[in-house]
Ligand binder design. Structure first.
Ligand SMILES: Nc1ncnc2c1ncn2[C@@H]1O[C@H](COP(=O)(O)OP(=O)(O)O)[C@@H](O)[C@H]1O
Ligand SMILES: [Mg+2]
Length: 177
């Protein structure tokens, strides 16, 4: 598989790996927790059951969150303050009303001081800001194929140096194009 998309410089996966089991997904979440910084928007892509919530949960727990990490499927967003970070975990699977976006004040959640993790970003249409980092999880046999793409300079900076230390499979985050 080639990792070089030809149409858009930002869609080149910085990192790809097969995650054989849930534990591997959790390790990825814990690795990602190390490079988080305020202002990041992270999209979690993948079908139902691909492991988006599992990844978000592992990330929060690695940051030190001790409570239950619920899927935001019904609430649309779960809010965490942990390790001096404001972290908003969205799941837009059931989102269908842009008015709700206004009323709930979701736009304000996406700011320089917060980290937003978004499941089903495509369901929010054009309302979301672009992702700094996009994590795609695909069911592959008994496991999952994970691909991480950076969409902005902020995302690239965040992952630079990280991909190698996290066991990159197909070239580093800062590999020349
Ligand atoms: N790498 C993996 N290989 C196999 N099963 C996994 C892996 N990662 C997570 N799982 C399992 O897949 C399911 C993912 O559920 P969930 O995280 O709620 O998915 P999503 O939020 O994408 O709908 C869980 O049952 C979890 O145990
Ligand atoms: Mg989920």
């Amino acid at each position: 598989m080639s990792i070089h998309a030809d149409n858009h410089t930002d869609s080149r996966p910085a990192w790809a790996r097969f995650l054989a089991d849930e534990e591997a997904t959790r390790v990825l979440g814990a690795d990602l927790a190390k490079c988080l910084r305020p202002g990041l928007v992270i999209f979690l892509d993948g079908d139902l059951g691909a492991g988006k919530t599992t990844l978000a949960r592992a990330l929060l727990q690695a940051l030190g969150y001790q409570g239950k990490v619920k899927s935001p499927t019904y609430t649309l967003v779960e809010i965490y303050v942990v390790s001096n970070l404001y972290l908003y975990h969205f799941d837009f699977y059931r989102f269908n009303d842009p008015e709700e976006w206004q009323e709930a004040g979701f736009r304000e959640y996406f700011n320089d001081a917060s980290i937003c993790l978004v499941e089903w970003p495509e369901k929010a249409g054009g309302l979301l800001p672009p992702a700094d980092i996009q994590i795609a999880l695909r069911i592959a046999g008994q496991g999952r194929q994970a691909e991480i793409t950076t969409g902005t300079e902020k995302g690239r900076l965040c992952l630079s140096g990280w991909a190698d230390s996290a066991g990159n499979q197909e070239g580093g985050a800062s590999a020349p194009s």
